[in-house]
Design a binder for this molecule. Sequence first.
Ligand code: URP
Ligand code: ZN
Ligand code: ZN
Length: 474
Amino acid sequence: MTRKKLIKNGIIVTASDLYEADILIEGETITAIGKNLSSQDAEIVDAKGNYVFPGAIDPHTHLDMPFGGTVTKDDFESGTMAAAFGGTTSIIDFCLTQKGKPLKEAIKTWHNKSKDKAVIDYSFHLMIGEINEEVLAELPNVIDEEGITSFKVFMAYKNVFQADDATLFRTLIAAKDLGALVMVHAENGDVIDYLTKEALENGNTDPVYHALTRPPEVEGEATGRAAQLTSLANSQLYVVHVSCADAVEKIAEARNKGVDIWGETCPQYLTLDITDLEKPDFEGAKYVWSPPLREKWHQEVLWNALKSGQLQTLGSDQCSFDFQGQKDLGKGDFTKIPNGGPMIEDRVSVLFSEGVKKGKISIHQFVDIVSTRVAKLFGMFPKKGTIAVGADADLVIFDPNKERVISASTHHMAVDYNAFEGMKITGEPVSVLVRGEFVVQDKQFVGKAGSGQYVKRAKYGTTKLLKQNETLSI
Ligand code: URP
Ligand code: ZN
Ligand code: ZN
């Protein structure tokens, strides 16, 4: 017999609607939405007084990833569990590739990291570090067999991940032909390399020099360059982790000219600033990631860009390292501090509290930014990213009035600090369902490692009709 659940009396909030209704779930799928629904054999879930959001989708995570001489602390089990507590029901993680090695080997490695561990659904973006005949020959398979329809090019991290402009340009052309979205980490790696060497030569080794050697201009320049190359290739681009006004300006300028370009920011850039890197006793290392935190005034530009639609999504850029034993690899030399922070759990709640509660964005914009737009851009809509008959029952029952304080002592990430420590926020996920099963119920973890499913995604600019499986252009 099919499992049934009936969510009663919640306030359903989507990117476009807000209304009180019941949701009937049969198996993994939403089968009815309406007033006063009843079903004799369904488990009743009372959502009175709470919002019901579509499960949030995090488009930017690095779980179990080797980086900076170590490996990120949160793997697919602890990372997805923490994500679930935060209201996230799907993630898209970055699969790293190595030059000279088949793409399929890298994808296999990422499947092995995730398959018996994830407690929510997951998919992969694929890093492109080089373009040659072998890579080009593999790409159709990556898209059609693996359902990986987004490629990531790093313009920074010289001698590690950085690709040259020819590689970016050829990736943009290939993506246009194949139906993929190109993502860029937009910072000028060559200039950062120069500024970094200069800082070290001058004895400037503290964490704050991580930010001072990656000023906003290097992000603005790379963002503008990537936008121009996208225009020239008549392709499509998604700029990850936009941190500053200089980059927003370049994205807005290109969008106004009709370039198909999208921008993601992260909760850390909306709420923290460069002074965090100046904290004493090496504590600034907790805030070392790339691009770096900026002067506070950039935050208003980012909020306005989310509100006006010049930026469209929020990624966590989850890339967690312990303060003790990992971040401290860079004591006495900021270039050795592993870059990244723990954000997967608090991404949604920080945006709700700082954005919706403080009147900076509407509640529909909030849902769009953390879920619907991500699903649309990355080929998961409408199975994910909304609440509709036929969609996956990925749902968050959310108490909009609960006041709480973010802390490492209560978070669920494996890492030993929280970058938002002490932040007072309002709003909390109470229960979270993935394809009709509770993963978090009344704030308790009830999920199972390995229950998360790998999601094969549709090509960029297309969507699949629910049930019929017919592909449409959108
Ligand atoms: O510092 C960061 N952001 N670490 C993760 C890798 C990246 O650049 O996204
Ligand atoms: Zn990056
Ligand atoms: Zn990242």
